[in-house]
Design a protein around this ligand. Sequence first.
Ligand code: BTN
Length: 318
Amino acid sequence: MKEHTKKLEILRLLSDGHFHSGEELGEQLNISRAAISKHINVIQSWGLEIYKVKGKGYSLSTPIELLQQELVSHNKLPKPEVLGVVDSTNQYLLNNMTSLECGQSCIAEYQSAGRGRRGRSWVSPFGGNIYLSLYWRLDDGLAATMGLSLAVGIAVVEALENLGCSGLKLKWPNDIYWNNRKLGGVLIELSAQSGGAAHVVIGIGINVDLSERFTSEIDQPWVDLKTILGQNHIRNKLANTLLVSLEETMKAFECFGLSHFIERWNRYDNFKGQEISLQLGNGTVTGVCNGIDAQGALLLINADGLTAYNGGEISIKK
Ligand code: BTN
């Protein structure tokens, strides 16, 4: 992280969207103009668009709202760690798991190796989106994690609704959808030993301002909050609202399990009543989506009757 201190300082100065000369930046950071130029090249590789104009200096193509710990913090949880650059916020918490307090979280400006479900990568350019992870310990062990990712999906939708987003839906098991386009996703990773507590890392990615420049890497229709709400400087508020919603959700999930959430999940289900295909490891099944069961499995009605599926990827039947 230390190696990026100067770059993050440069970004703090450039975040206003105005031009700053190489000389001015060099003076502020106590480094040469040549060093500034090198740092700028790396910053560009993080996905930020920077104008370089002779006689004027450097400016970001648009101002950005940097993350601030005091704005993200929620008083019922340990203070979140705000990271500039990290491989993956989930990996960061997994690496540090033995020393974490339950409820510890981290949020990053940029992930160099952000990951999604099913081995996919998660597009994570600097300063545009939410990359947040939360550590939780479930004392009742692995069995108590059943259906957790569905409850977390609801927590994310409700946080977004609190910020004025409407029309949000969930795609089983936990993609956040708006108008049949993906707005965000949840990746839960855990470690548990038989008979012991389950250590859970809940990772949340939400597209806030996802420039077209990155979307060739995304293999499905997508949307960002800037499109839905018409504003993008909401990352601090959103991260805080997510933590508030997650804290409430985790407490309720610990007490009541998934049963507490099923009615809400069915309300947000993007595919309920629709003919869908479910791609499984060994083929595809089709049927009418009938919500979820008490364990969080997907229910399909087809020629075999009502069947529950624990894994797979939904798509609309063609
Ligand atoms: C998915 O829909 O495939 C899940 C995406 C989860 C992305 C988030 S971003 C924060 C956390 N860190 C990661 O590397 N992944 C999750």
